[in-house]
Design a protein around this ligand. Structure first.
Ligand SMILES: Cc1cc2nc3c(=O)[nH]c(=O)nc-3n(C[C@H](O)[C@H](O)[C@H](O)COP(=O)(O)O)c2cc1C
Length: 184
């Protein structure tokens, strides 16, 4: 196989990054839905807040809720209507071949995770910010709202925009290299 490289310029916009990630057997098992419409953002917020209220009060373990305490997360999510865009990453478990047979998407989880990493890096590279969120139990309602097929599953919901001037982030530290890299 001959590999060719083309230069990507910084002014390339984020959508040019969509779909450039590698995928198992080149199945490209992803759909990216960009929501800029205010009423759709509000509908997504309603679903997420309703489900998250149940998640925090009933579905998540007490340990899980305790582990989240330092991040001060809760079921109220104003960023879902304040962010200029919501980027929803769907994973396609399979698609259909032209002959009507089912085409399996091998390694779809890790392929979509790699694609999400590409996008998060691109968002940051463009001087924007995103929150990596995984709204628990929201898949079927948001999928129906956005008219996505049952073969797709919502994996990530990324509000994207510029950081609020009063935004604060926790002062987190990274593990040192010697704790995460093993040289043999
Ligand atoms: C896979 C994944 C799922 C996450 N889900 C949520 C979420 O549902 N809600 C939220 O507010 N933050 C979520 N986060 C954000 C993390 O809490 C955030 O990245 C962390 O607080 C900052 O630490 P880090 O920089 O080491 O990731 C998620 C992050 C990752 C990577």
């Amino acid at each position: 196989m001959t590999l060719k490289f083309v230069r990507h310029h910084r002014e390339s916009n984020i959508p040019t990054i969509f779909g450039t990630a590698p995928s198992g057997a080149h199945t490209e098992p992803w759909t990216f839905v960009v929501v800029r419409d205010a009423s759709t953002k509000a509908a997504i917020r309603d679903i997420v807040e309703e489900e998250e209220e149940l998640n925090y009060s009933q579905r998540m373990s007490r340990q899980w809720v305790a582990d989240l305490k330092p991040f001060a997360t809760r079921h109220i999510k104003p960023y879902l209507t304040e962010a200029p865009a919501l980027l929803l990453v769907f994973r396609q478990t399979h698609s259909m071949r032209e002959d009507g047979k089912k085409k399996m998407h091998y390694y779809s989880e890790i392929s979509v995770a790699i694609a999400a990493g590409f996008i998060l890096a691109a968002i940051q590279y463009c001087g924007l910010v995103a929150l990596t969120s995984t709204p628990l139990n929201c898949n079927s309602r948001i999928r129906a709202l956005l008219r996505r097929p049952p073969s797709e599953r919502l994996e990530l919901l990324l509000p994207v925009g510029r950081p609020h001037p009063e935004a604060t982030v926790p002062d987190l530290h990274r593990k040192p290299l010697q704790d995460i890299m093993v040289m043999i």
